[in-house]
Design a protein around this ligand. Structure first.
Ligand SMILES: *Cc1c(COP(=O)(O)O)cnc(C)c1O
Length: 439
């Protein structure tokens, strides 16, 4: 190799390894689908996890006014401290006091919850280490980790038990390279909400193995009647927890990009390095938007409870509507959510032998009925699809009607199934109830 004094004589500008290895999993899967809607039917996208898409769900005026007021404050233009303004962190500490004792020093403001997650993952894990994430689960963890050489390992959730964690599987996945366990509660995509007892069982696993927890609680408080939300940090006596949250989902303002990491560290395990590490990391973007920061105390303090109640009542009634409609459909098995804004639906693939996978199922549902649902593969969980519940009621009804027509047209007849059954070794047992409903 000759010694070069100057740059190359030809243009060869490469993207970094980080850039090349960073993938948006959902976008990639969706781009590879053949998803042209039927030109004769208006498209219904049940795929987009953004509650603002249809214009039917809006924040209350107090929230909008808070940002208007912030614009008028000339100081809302200035840089703030990396971890956020002190008075704003005080307001967040107060808002998060159900999570356990929280001081303003334990609060780091971030540019949305995904930035909070990035902070939590990257402060705990180095290249070569791994983090454990739920399957099915929201795959931003993969997007954020892969490019950095942080390995994603999955632990299973149990669909037949309201998606609780398979504790044995979780513990089996832990090795000496495990930097953190991620718990998403309430869950995207499952809509599950964990009981106090179950959260304690998860904490026991983490405690036995001395692994910290990253709690993705962006859907905190978004639980349906009969369920109770507990922050996992509020139950921990020893396991240190980084709670990631924000205003995106509960206040219906995803584009405002305001979130936070809350440090919960009863035994001062993070004192040695992690707390300082988080502080260091805040200097990478010089802190999140001060315009929204200045509005945040008012947003958190003045939003009326009735707004939250109404949104949740709507989401719960949508969940019931979809559940009642879809559970009658031959070949589908919806799992009733307990919170958040999604529903997972099992597609009994053995009853749709013409489709090779749930990907083909959602493709054909799109090309024939113009209804688009996200395939389970987007959450590392095949044979399921996810729908969002935030669409207007009449749209959801129409979507369920179209899904019904589609399934009736494609579910295998008894005779076909017998044939398939004799030709293949493993086919799910045929559920008689499904046929009873079909007629
Ligand atoms: C939407 C979502 C996020 C990201 O929230 P932002 O504040 O928009 O970055 C994080 N985790 C889960 C589980 C989500 O569903």
């Amino acid at each position: 190799m000759s010694h070069r004094l100057r740059g190359s004589q030809t243009w060869e500008v490469r993207a970094s390894a980080l850039a090349r290895k960073t993938h948006n999993v959902i976008r990639e899967i969706v781009e590879n689908l053949q998803v042209e809607p039927n030109p004769n039917k208006p498209l219904i996208a049940l795929s987009i996890g953004d509650p603002t898409t249809f214009g039917n769900l809006n924040p209350p005026d107090q929230v909008l006014q808070a940002v208007r007021d912030s614009i008028e404050l000339l100081k809302s233009r200035s840089y703030g401290p990396g971890k956020g303004h002190q008075d704003v962190r005080e307001a967040v500490a107060e808002y998060c006091s159900h999570q356990g004792p929280v001081t303003p020093d334990d609060v780091i403001l971030c540019s949305g919850c995904s930035h909070a997650i990035e902070m939590a993952v990257t402060v705990l894990a180095d290249a070569g280490q791994n983090i454990l994430v739920p399957r099915p689960g929201f795959l931003i963890y993969r997007t954020l980790s892969e490019g950095l050489g942080i390995e994603i390992k999955y632990y299973n959730l149990l669909p037949d038990q309201q998606w609780i964690v398979d504790l044995e599987d979780l513990e089996n996945q832990i090795d000496d390279k495990t930097a953190a366990i991620v718990i998403i509660n309430p869950s995207n995509p499952c809509g599950s909400v964990y009981s106090k007892e179950h959260l304690t069982e998860i904490l026991d696993v983490a405690s036995r193995n001395c692994v910290p927890i990253i709690a993705d609680e962006i859907y905190e408080h978004m639980v349906f009647s009969g369920n109770e939300y507990h922050a996992i940090s509020s139950l921990s006596t020893d396991v240190p927890v980084l709670s990631c949250g924000g205003i995106t989902k509960r206040f219906l303002v995803p584009g405002w990009r305001m979130g936070w990491v809350i440090i919960h560290d009863r035994q001062k395990i993070f004192e040695k390095e992690v707390r300082e590490g988080l502080n260091n990391m805040t200097t990478r973007i010089l802190g999140p938007s001060t315009l929204v920061q200045r509005a945040l105390p008012a947003i958190l303090q003045l939003t009326p409870q009735s707004f939250f109640d109404e949104v949740l009542l709507f989401l719960e009634s949508q969940a019931k509507l979809a559940y009642e409609a879809l559970r009658r459909i031959p070949g589908l098995r919806p799992v009733m959510p307990q919170g958040a804004m999604y529903m997972m639906i099992q597609i009994k693939m053995s009853l749709f032998p013409q489709f090779k996978s749930e990907l083909q199922f959602v493709e054909r549902l799109m090309s024939e009925q113009s209804v688009f649902c996200l395939p389970g593969k987007c959450f590392a969980f095949p044979n399921y699809m996810r729908i969002v519940l935030t669409v207007p009621e009449d749209v959801l009804r129409e979507a369920c009607d179209r899904i019904t027509v589609f399934c009736r047209e494609h579910v295998a007849s008894r005779d076909t199934l017998k044939e398939v059954d004799s030709n293949t070794v493993s086919v799910e047992p045929v559920d008689e109830v499904i046929f009873a409903n079909k007629t």
